[in-house]
Write a protein that binds this ligand. Structure first.
Ligand SMILES: C[S@@+](CC[C@H](N)C(=O)[O-])C[C@H]1O[C@@H](n2cnc3c(N)ncnc32)[C@H](O)[C@@H]1O
Ligand code: SF4
Ligand code: SF4
Length: 401
């Protein structure tokens, strides 16, 4: 059985058609010393490659200092499998992180995201924040909120944390807890958002944002989710299409996408219209982008076929992702495919890897799963008007002052 689209993948898997699933041989896709073993997933058709400059600056570092997690989200299974095996390997120490962040600053990093696993399990998180700030980076914590009650969020903010992003998948406790396979998490996540918002008066620089993964379980209640996030004190929310759904088990039924377009989207636009001026303008534009008919067909949305090719993705040219075991990923999809890894920072240095042949090859030949990757399509909906300082910072960035 030849797999030519994502729709065929589950049938092919059921039929045990492994060779059909991996038609990489005809693509002659060789990316690095460690050949992509993700041949088990369907891949994009051949595409034209855009030339990239030989040595772009590294701008964005995502670190995963602790790969353990308090939850067991089914949508994170492939990542958790990878993290489970990486946890039993030697882990980076705080001294290693200090060295890595110094190198990252030298390469141009301005944004440091601390993610995981659940990063609040990491014992030296405040030290990591301080290190990032010492190098002039903007620091962000991505968390499921399960431990923020116990962890002193104020201490993290005093250490220089600039932004906290708390995931909230539903306005209904039972839906959220089922999507994260952790009973009681909704209560904790919602009080974590409230707690963070409560710090805003004393720490006006702190940004509090939320994140929601768009799945069949929660798609139709999106207006209620946004309303709740606003009431809890979120300043904006990241709405993410599902990544890593490479075998297509969690595809969205077409009729669900159609109901979203016909019934839910108008309610989202009405919600955005009730926001104050001028944020309502941007919010309205953003919610209209969700599952847009103009952008993709119903079939493409439901099979998560986001692009024809690699969409000239900038991520491998500006971002690096470092796991607690030292492995370095050139873009997000590797957390699901598990390869190719650019190298390991327990025995190599970040500048060597960033400038190395494997990464250069990855930039020239993006991975064969780009068309199923929604990284460039995620939608951020602002919920409150930006402060004067945020507007000034944006203008300065634009003008490169
Ligand atoms: C890997 S999690 C790590 C931080 C923390 N454990 C959490 O869930 O918030 C980082 C972000 O990725 C999101 N995420 C998890 N699985 C995803 C997937 N399959 N597709 C897109 N986003 C996903 C989470 O909702 C979270 O906002
Ligand atoms: S809480 Fe975050 S890291 Fe943990 S399983 Fe869920 S998505 Fe993955
Ligand atoms: S897989 Fe996704 S993040 Fe990686 S290069 Fe392609 S579009 Fe970008």
């Amino acid at each position: 059985m030849l797999v030519t689209s994502r729709k065929d993948a589950p049938d092919a898997i059921a039929a045990g058609s492994r060779s059909a699933l991996g038609y990489t041989s005809s693509m002659e896709y060789v990316i690095s010393a460690r050949r992509l073993s993700a041949a088990a997933y369907p891949i994009c058709p051949p595409h034209r490659i855009t030339p990239v400059p030989p040595m772009p600056p590294l701008r964005h570092l995502v670190v995963k200092p602790d790969l353990r997690c308090t939850a067991r989200c089914p949508t994170c299974k492939l990542r958790r499998d990878l993290h489970r095996s990486a946890q039993v390997e030697p882990q980076l120490t705080l001294d290693d992180w200090a060295r890595i962040l110094a190198h990252a600053a030298g390469l141009g990093v301005r944004q440091l995201d601390m993610s995981g696993g659940e990063p609040t399990l990491y014992a030296h998180l405040a030290d990591l924040v301080r290190l990032g700030k010492r190098h002039g980076m903007k620091t962000q914590l991505n968390t499921n909120g399960s431990l923020l009650g116990r962890m002193d969020l104020e201490a993290l903010v005093s250490s220089g944390l600039d932004r906290v992003m708390i995931s909230l998948y539903s306005a209904r406790p039972e839906t959220h807890d089922a999507m994260r396979a952790l009973p009681g998490l909704w209560d904790k996540a919602t009080s974590a958002i409230r707690q963070a918002a409560g710090l805003h008066d004393r720490f006006p620089h702190l940004e509090i944002i939320t994140q929601t993964l768009l799945c069949a379980e929660n798609l139709l209640e999106l207006p209620e989710i946004l309303q709740l996030q606003l009431e809890l004190g979120s300043q904006g929310t990241m709405l993410s299409y599902l990544e890593g759904n490479l075998t297509g088990e969690a595809l969205l039924p077409q009729d669900l996408v159609e109901v979203f377009q016909g019934k839910v989207q108008p309610r989202l636009v009405a919600f955005a219209t009730r926001l104050p001026f001028p944020v309502r303008l941007l919010a309205r534009r953003q919610v209209r982008r969700l599952f847009s008919r103009r952008r993709l067909s119903l079939e493409e949305w439901s099979t998560a076929h986001y692009h024809d090719g690699p969409a000239n993705c900038p991520i491998p040219r500006e971002m690096a992702l470092v796991l607690a075991n030292g492995d370095v990923h050139p873009c997000n999809v590797v957390e699901y495919t598990h390869e190719p890894v650019m190298g390991n920072l327990l025995d190599q240095e970040l500048p060597t890897l960033w400038q190395g042949e494997a990464w250069q090859a990855y930039r020239r030949h993006p991975p064969p799963h780009c068309c199923f990757c929604p990284m460039l399509d995620q939608v951020f909906v602002p919920l409150v008007n930006p402060s004067r300082t945020a507007v000034l910072a944006a203008v300065r960035r634009r003008l490169r002052l």
